[in-house]
Design a protein around this ligand. Structure first.
Ligand code: G1P
Ligand code: ZN
Length: 545
């Protein structure tokens, strides 16, 4: 093995977003582009020198090539050992767990989460630190700074290695171990949940399930956990073979993209009683029953209210956190339980300090993400097991559990409207003007709705006191309804405006309304206030969740 120092020129666009650096595959394929970003990471992550690195991803197009590059660069940058998932596969939650379990100094996750893959799809590189969570902004800012002036990177001339079975290879002083992608993670799940109880749901025939892995990373995890360890029914895992282009689909577990699953759940008398899906890298989840969708914000609230019923959370949640745009359903539960509820900016990284400081046990986002202190990422399969365990304990269906929750805590009707690929300048101006007008908006009336409060959300981390500003415009009305406007930080083309709308109704007689109808006056107000049509030229959102 010899180490080569390769001359390069800096790129100016390697600024990580909400979840690492995400670009189209051809951008990463440019000469030296990937190498430059990896070198910038190694330069900032000093502890990797002589340290342990976890490496894997969701198996999307360009992953294997990138893994080979990273291994050689790791060896050239003094890494002591790399654990890499078999076939390059490791779900995001599995990486987080492996970092913690083996006390690694960091992990590199190759994924663009729920974005489509393939030669013209998206690719991404994300660094997680030694607590298992996404690197904080101070780290990603430093990586960006290095990338802007990088003139050389280090790489060895080692051969590519085969990743298709567990093995150990030496790159000079560095050891590469190809590990089983699934078993450590599956063992952790078995510690947290009552596998015997869940298994008896299936073996007694009381429940059948369908999990849609969407041809992404969770296929092997789902087969091991649901089919093998829990003896779930034949057909319990669909689309379980990971593919580099996710079978041409959009691996995003929501009603729009997991259509096959929804059709199966709504297929009549023999339909499974429980349905779930996860995204490209396995950190998101969608939970559904027959003809019944569980809103992710409600899911977090239900988990919090019932945590004490799950073996891994016997003492209940010590506190809970949700991102700003997530509905305030969990706030009601926290109030009743007398525990703290934190409101954080969008993105999992803001939960890390709260979890490390033991201020919270559970946390979640409206974007189909929930998780707990077991790792430092959101966790799709974990959420599915949480629900299965609840069903097993309560002996109720998904719908019964949710309706009972609404009766006790009230229902938060909730929707998110996304306007995708809009002109970046127009989108930024829209938000800037809302920000400017926020003080004037308070006190104004729109039909029956009166604005009581409006600001641009700013967050002071209670642990390290860092301040994160301009995280979204919140407009709160006198009946506790709320609209939030923000721009996506994960898109790869133009800008995406996200509008989050919510209305709280306690009366159970009104818990059966159609969500879009229940929210329609507020949807109109949101369009008016932000002048979406005139500014973005759009009549309707591209995606409604
Ligand atoms: C989106 C979601 C956010 C999530 C992130 C990464 O970010 O809204 O909740 O943490 O993906 O999965 P956004 O595109 O809105 O910045
Ligand atoms: Zn994801």
């Amino acid at each position: 093995m010899t180490i080569q120092t390769v001359q390069t020129r800096p790129f100016t666009d390697q600024k990580p977003g909400t979840s690492g650096l995400r670009k189209k595959v051809p951008v990463f394929q440019q000469a030296n582009y990937t190498e430059n970003f990896i070198q910038s990471i190694f330069q900032v992550a000093g502890s990797l020198n002589n340290g342990l690195l976890i490496l894997g991803g969701d198996g999307r197009y360009f992953s294997i090539e990138t893994i080979q590059i990273i291994l050689k660069m790791a060896a050239a940058n003094g890494v002591n050992k790399v654990l890499v998932g078999q076939n390059g596969l490791l779900s995001t939650p599995a990486v987080s767990h492996l970092i913690r379990k083996y006390k690694a100094d960091g992990g590199i996750i190759l994924s663009a989460s729920h974005n489509p893959g393939g030669p013209n799809g998206d690719f991404g590189i994300k660094f997680n630190i030694s607590n298992g969570g996404p690197a904080p902004t101070s780290f990603t800012d430093a990586v960006f700074e290095v990338s802007k002036s990088l003139t050389e990177y280090r790489i060895t001339d080692d051969q590519n290695i085969t990743l298709d079975k567990p093995c150990t290879v030496q790159f000079g002083d560095m050891t590469v171990e190809v590990i089983d992608s699934v078993c450590d993670y599956a063992d952790l799940m078995q510690e947290l949940f009552d596998f015997d109880k869940i298994k008896s749901l299936f073996t007694s025939g009381r429940l059948t399930m369908c999990f849609d892995a969407m041809h992404a990373v969770t296929g092997p995890y789902a087969k091991e956990i649901f089919s093998r360890r829990l003896s779930a029914n034949v057909g319990s895992v669909i689309n379980g073979e990971p593919k580099t282009d996710f079978g041409g689909g959009h691996p995003d577990p929501n009603l729009a993209h997991a259509k096959e699953l929804v059709t199966i759940l709504n297929s009549g008398a023999n339909a499974p009683g429980f349905g779930a899906a996860s995204d490209g890298d396995g950190d998101r989840n969608m939970i559904i029953g027959q003809h019944f969708f569980v809103n992710p914000s409600d899911s977090l609230a239900i988990m919090t209210a019932n945590a004490h019923l799950i073996p891994g959370y016997k003492l209940g949640a010590c506190g809970v956190a949700r991102s700003l745009p997530t509905s305030r359903a969990v706030d009601k539960v926290a109030e009743t339980l007398g525990i703290e509820c934190y409101e954080t900016p969008t993105g999992w990284k803001y939960f890390g300090n709260l979890l490390d400081d033991k201020r919270i046990t559970l946390c979640g986002e409206e974007s189909f993400g929930s998780g707990s202190d077991h790792i430092r990422e959101k966790d799709g399969i974990w959420a599915v097991l949480f629900w299965l365990n609840l069903i097993a304990v309560k002996q109720q269906s998904v719908e019964q559990i949710t309706r009972e929750h609404w009766r006790q805590f009230g229902r938060h009707y909730y929707t998110r409207h996304d306007y995708e690929g809009i002109d970046t300048d127009a989108a930024e101006a829209l938000v800037a003007d809302l920000r400017k007008n926020s003080t004037n908006l308070a006190g104004q009336s729109f039909g029956e709705y009166k604005v009581t409060f409006c600001d641009d959300f700013s967050y002071t981390d209670p642990v390290d006191h860092s301040v994160t500003e301009q995280q979204g415009i919140r407009v709160i009305f006198d009946d506790d309804s709320r609209i939030v406007f923000r721009l996506s930080g994960t898109g790869t083309e133009g800008a995406t405006l996200r509008v989050y709308i919510e209305r709280y109704i306690t009366n159970p007689e009104q818990h059966d309304l159609d969500t879009q109808q229940a929210l329609s006056p507020l949807i109109e107000i949101a369009r008016d206030v932000a002048q979406i049509k005139t500014r973005c030229g759009r009549d309707d959102p591209d995606v409604i969740t």
